[in-house]
Every structure is written in structure tokens, then in C-alpha cells.
Design a protein around this ligand. Structure first.
Ligand code: MN
Length: 292
């Protein structure tokens, strides 16, 4: 199933390129704050699956380009990210096999956005903002100390993810946590439709020009190992999103660009616009940081 969020928080299933509104069957109130309905739906998904499908088949088909697509998983407990996770990208960033040694980092979950929202570049003269095309894993069950042999049982689904990044020497968290710096979507494809996350092709274009093209079999740390690693430190919760790291070919974007990410087979294809935003933090980094 392809789980979509659209038109300010309505819930849909995508069937044959149409959207079916299943908000009521999903038990989600689009007006409710905080917007944790999808996180709860993911936790309850096994019980609601049949009702969702029945509601979808009874619903009026909406053309997918007639809706505004929102971030499919708002307010996850965690947005986790894996640094440099493909050998060729490690070489291009001069940081060999960092993910084997470096573990993971976290981005602000508030950086998540949907296919219908542009990436807003902060106003940081002289700083480049890069695209990073990544496979997103959405966790479906709570777990701690998950062995890699069981790890895929904890996956709810997969999506396309852009880990937008201001290049530079500040902490990763500030460079990667701007609002709209983690487009996710366009929907979440449930794990039953993606039997092998190590057999996916991840491609990215800017204005139609190919920039990234990789296979997930070339990850340094694969999806089961990522889940084992993260859950060895913290409890993974339903709805947690993991950005699994990017391959080579990262590069800058500027206002007016259009980024397309495609993960095949079965995950999806998402296009987002890039626009000029405002503000941002651009202080010089002191050559010698104080001891704190
Ligand atoms: Mn990344």
C-alpha cells in the first residue's frame, strides 16, 4: 500500500496513480494538534489495514496532481540519519567509510516536509546547499536491541528522502535542520511491497540533469545493520524515520531548481521545487574552539 498525506493532513491511499481519501478509516483528525495521527496509524496499521483498503476502494478517485502532497510522517519521535554510507561518496567527501565508524546523527524532525512544499534555502551568502538522495526507512514497531536478523520485521515502509545540507564546518544538526530540509515522500510504500531494501536503485536529477545514481546494495552499512545499530542505543518507535545515507554525486542547488528523486522498484518518485527562504545562522567558526 502507498500511504499519502495531502491537502493539510488528510490521509490517502494511492491506487493506480489516483488518491483515495481514507481519513475517516485511518482514525486521523487533520485538525488535531500535535499532528501525530500518522504515527498512531502506523502503530495500529495491522488492525486497520482491511478497513483502509475497503474505504479506498469505495472512495472517489482523485487525480494525484489535483492534490497538494504533505509530509507523510509528521511529528515522528526521531529523525535519524546515517552519514556517508556509500564508498564512492566517501571518496568524494574525503571521509572514507565514516558510517562504519561514525554511527548516526539526528536531524530535527521539524525539517521534514512533503512533495508539495518547496525546499527553502536560508539566506547564507557564500554557503552552498547540497542535495543528498537517500532511501528513507520508516519504523513500524517499537524495539530496542533489535538483532539484524529480525530488523526488517520492524520496518513499516520506505520512501524517497532528500537530506538537504548546508556545506561547512558547523555541527551537522544546524546545517541540516532548516525547515523543509528533509523532503520525504511522495508517500510511504509499505514494506510488503519492497521485499529487499538492498536491491533498490536511487536516482536524482536537478532540472532533468542526472546527478546521483546508486544501488542500495552498495551501502557500507545496510538497512538491517542500521536498525540494529540505532536500536542498540535508543528505543525505536513507530513512525521514526531513518535517512540511510547518500551516494556520490551530491551537488549544489539554487532557487528556481527542481529536484527529482526516484527509488525503484516500488518506492516512488518525488519532485520538489527549490526557492529562496530567509534568515539562517552564518557566524564564522573560530579557528580554535574553547574547551567546554
Ligand atoms: Mn545524508
Amino acid at each position: 500500500m502507498k500511504l499519502l498525506r495531502f491537502n493539510n493532513g488528510r490521509i490517502g491511499l494511492v491506487i493506480d496513480d489516483t488518491v483515495r481519501d481514507v481519513t475517516t478509516a485511518a482514525g486521523v483528525d487533520p485538525e488535531f494538534w500535535p499532528p501525530v495521527g500518522v504515527v498512531r496509524l502506523i502503530e495500529q496499521f495491522a488492525h486497520r489495514r482491511d478497513d483502509l483498503l475497503a474505504a479506498a476502494l469505495a472512495a472517489e478517485p482523485l487525480a494525484i496532481d489535483s492534490v497538494v502532497i504533505d509530509n507523510p510522517v509528521p511529528w515522528p519521535n526521531k529523525l535519524i540519519a546515517i552519514p556517508v554510507n556509500y564508498h564512492a561518496h566517501a571518496l568524494e567527501m574525503s571521509s572514507p567509510a565514516i558510517s562504519k565508524n561514525g554511527g548516526f546523527f539526528v536531524k530535527s524532525a521539524s525539517s521534514l516536509s512533503g512533495a508539495g512544499q518547496p525546499v527553502l534555502l536560508p539566506d547564507l551568502p557564500g554557503r552552498a546547499v547540497h542535495h543528498e538522495a537517500e532511501l528513507a526507512v520508516v519504523i513500524g514497531r517499537r524495539g530496542r536491541h533489535i538483532p539484524r536478523e529480525q530488523a526488517l520485521d520492524y520496518v513499516f515502509g520506505y520512501g524517497c528522502l532528500l537530506d538537504m545540507t548546508v556545506r561547512g564546518k558547523q555541527e551537522r544538526a544546524i546545517r541540516k535542520s532548516y525547515d523543509t530540509f528533509t523532503p520525504l515522500g511522495p508517500w510511504i510504500t509499505t514494506a510488503d511491497e519492497v521485499p529487499d531494501p538492498s536491491a533498490l536503485r536511487v536516482q536524482l536529477w536537478v532540472n532533468g540533469e542526472p546527478r546521483q545514481d546508486a544501488w542500495t546494495r552498495d551501502m557500507i552499512v545496510d538497512v538491517p545493520e542500521i536498525i540494529a545499530m540505532c536500536s542498540s542505543v535508543m528505543t525505536l518507535e513507530p513512525g521514526d524515520v531513518i535517512a540511510t545515507g547518500t551516494a556520490e554525486g551530491v551537488g549544489p542547488v539554487v532557487p528556481g531548481d527542481e529536484i527529482t528523486i526516484d527509488i525503484t522498484p516500488g518506492v516512488g518518485r518525488m519532485t520538489v521545487a527549490v526557492a529562496q527562504g530567509e534568515g539562517g545562522w552564518n557566524v564564522a567558526i573560530p579557528r580554535t574552539l574553547p574547551n567546554i
